[in-house]
Design a protein around this ligand. Structure first.
Ligand SMILES: N[C@@H](CCC[C@H](N)C(=O)O)C(=O)O
Length: 268
């Protein structure tokens, strides 16, 4: 079965998007992994499947490159708004609102959650900060913005061996649903420099929900004021938040090409 797909990215965090609103598409973990393989498939950080929704303009299901699923994806949300013109998107993590603003897209990702069982953590404990450490990474804030994040504030985020510590923390038994790992440093101009180890995808050039969670954590810690610029290796995002409100993110959404693929040529 040959299907059309869109290759898109938000600041280098890249996606394959299938619009399955008119023609259903069954995705399995094996198919997601095969499509995500950068040598033999199409390659992506996340696979996005759009279907009809009774609660919003459309529904977006998110598959990580490892074949697991995620409840939210900030950069893909902006891409889906840009691709379809949707103003509301149902995800497993909640309904996202979005709108084009000039050449960029702004999305409201919902209200962040901070309780230990909302992250979720395996055991009850403070989440601001979490009394845990992994080598030089200690005392992160835990924030759920639809999906689970840890946010560490460090002197220089580029100096942290995230390729070593990221997988260790992602798979720590403290996090029953695993976790996304963000390391950020506060820059002299008040912006945040961010790197993210993504659950199920590893190091990515940018993580939209990571920027939201880290912006929120920095504002709560009074390390930053809203709106705050979050600088990733793929580019900048503007994050706005106040307690009791949804976290908003503004940034680029890029369509790279439209292609077709014979799904029968890949493992089911
Ligand atoms: N790239 C994303 C986040 C994708 C999901 C994440 N890896 C998870 O498993 O929660 C973003 O832009 O937010």
């Amino acid at each position: 079965m040959t299907r059309q797909f869109h290759k898109m990215h938000g600041l280098g965090n890249d996606f394959v998007v299938f619009d399955a609103r008119a023609e259903p598409l069954t995705v399995t973990p094996a198919l997601a992994r095969a499509l995500g393989d950068r040598k033999t498939g199409v390659g992506f950080d996340q696979l996005i499947v759009l279907t009809p929704s009774p609660a919003a303009d459309l529904r977006m299901d998110i598959w990580n490159a490892d074949g697991g699923m995620a409840e939210a994806c900030g950069n893909a949300s902006r891409c889906v708004v840009a691709l379809t013109g949707a103003q509301t998107i149902e995800t497993e993590g909640g309904v996202i609102e979005g709108a084009a603003i000039g050449a960029e897209v702004e999305v409201a990702m919902g209200e962040p959650r901070f309780d230990w069982n909302q992250i979720p953590l395996a055991d009850a404990m403070d989440t601001r900060p979490l009394p845990l450490a992994w080598d030089e990474l200690a005392s992160p804030d835990a924030v759920n913005v639809g999906n689970p994040h840890l946010c560490f504030f460090v002197q220089d985020s580029d100096a942290i061996p995230l390729e070593k510590l990221g997988p260790q923390i992602e798979h720590d038994p403290a996090f029953p649903e695993r976790i996304n790992v963000n390391v950020a440093s506060v820059e002299p101009d008040g912006s945040l420099k961010l790197r993210t180890w993504e659950r199920g995808a590893g190091l990515t050039l940018a993580c939209g929900t990571g920027a939201c969670a880290t912006g929120v954590a920095a504002i709560r810690r009074r390390l930053a004021t809203s709106p705050v610029t979050v600088r990733t290796h793929g580019g900048n995002l503007m994050i706005s938040w106040a307690p009791g409100e949804p976290v908003r993110m503004r940034g680029a959404a890029t369509h790279v090409f439209t292609g077709t693929i014979d799904l029968d040529s890949l493992p089911a």
